[in-house]
Design a protein around this ligand. Structure first.
Ligand code: ASP
Length: 290
């Protein structure tokens, strides 16, 4: 049996400095770890585990995804999400969806449907309704308390996992960037940018400056550094974050797991709520870096 592992993040950027104000982020991260690990230890698939972990964070208003999504310049909520199954090489993303409670579940519906990889806007919301996914009224997303306190803070969420069969998966979900132009779609919807998983190399979920992550196709780039250049995961992640993205002015963070079960949670800025759990081990979480 392969080593089971799950890692989650709650968005790179900025956040509160005091331990008291940071406590809810630990709680959210650990709840997501518990949900995903329960699936992995019961013999479930990595893809199911990352979806479950991200769903928990989409319901937690401390994070910029699902319920806690930031608003566009028009005052609307437009969420992006994606996930990838390293076992089957299948992936899907949804962009600018407005009503679904769990955008990651909608991305999963697109993945299982199999006809499309990226579905956006009203068409994606229509698929959610067709599949019986839970829809929320706009007011349900307006959980402005935390996000207004930490204006500019990021809080995209993501998860990566390796299951008992050694399969890898990754998922990412976000409300995007605060005050973005309506219709803007970021890296979190795009396979190869914010999300990538491939059993032969690694699974990764990124967060941070979405335009910069898109321009550098950062998720796939990390897989190429490991798969083609033969770099160890830690070193490849450091290279990507500190040598490629940071010099280009791109703040970013990531969680990743490789084909052997090595895990990495790192960022080139000093805020990245993150957690790791291995089967049979204690959950670990941290919020700031450095
Ligand atoms: N990458 C996300 C986006 O640009 C935002 C974030 O991770 O904070 O939509």
């Amino acid at each position: 049996m392969a080593d089971l592992v799950l890692a989650v993040h709650g968005g790179a950027g900025r956040g509160p400095r005091s331990p008291v104000d940071q406590a809810p982020y630990h709680v959210g991260i650990r709840a997501a770890l518990a949900a995903g690990t329960q699936i992995l230890t019961a013999g479930g698939a990595a893809l199911d585990a990352v979806e479950a972990a991200v769903r928990v964070l989409e319901d937690d208003p401390h994070f910029n995804a699902g319920r806690g999504s930031v608003l566009t310049a028009d005052g609307t909520v437009e969420m992006d999400a994606s996930l990838m199954d390293g076992a089957r090489g299948r992936a899907a993303g949804v962009g600018a969806v407005r009503r679904v409670r769990h955008p990651v579940a909608l991305a999963r519906a697109v993945l299982e449907d199999g006809r499309h990889v990226l579905l956006t806007g009203a068409g994606a919301d229509a698929l959610a309704a067709e599949r019986g996914l839970e829809l929320l009224p706009h007011e349900a997303f307006e959980t402005t308390r935390e996000r207004d306190r930490w204006a500019g803070a990021h809080g995209t969420v993501g998860a990566v996992a390796r299951d008992a069969d050694g399969h890898l998966a990754a998922a990412t979900s976000t409300g995007g960037t605060r005050g973005k132009r309506a219709g803007r779609i970021g890296d979190s919807a795009v396979v190869g940018a914010g999300t990538w998983a491939d059993d032969a190399t690694l699974a990764v979920s990124l967060t941070g400056d979405g335009e910069g992550i898109l321009r550098s196709v950062a998720g796939h780039e990390l897989a190429a550094l490991v798969g083609h250049a033969g770099r160890p995961l830690d070193e490849a992640a450091r290279h990507l974050l500190h040598r490629r993205l940071a010099p280009a002015g791109v703040d970013a963070g990531l969680v990743a797991v490789d084909a052997r079960g090595a895990v990495c949670a790192d960022a080139n800025c000093d805020w990245l709520p993150r957690g790791i759990q291995r089967a049979g081990g204690e959950p670990w979480s941290a919020v700031v870096l450095g």
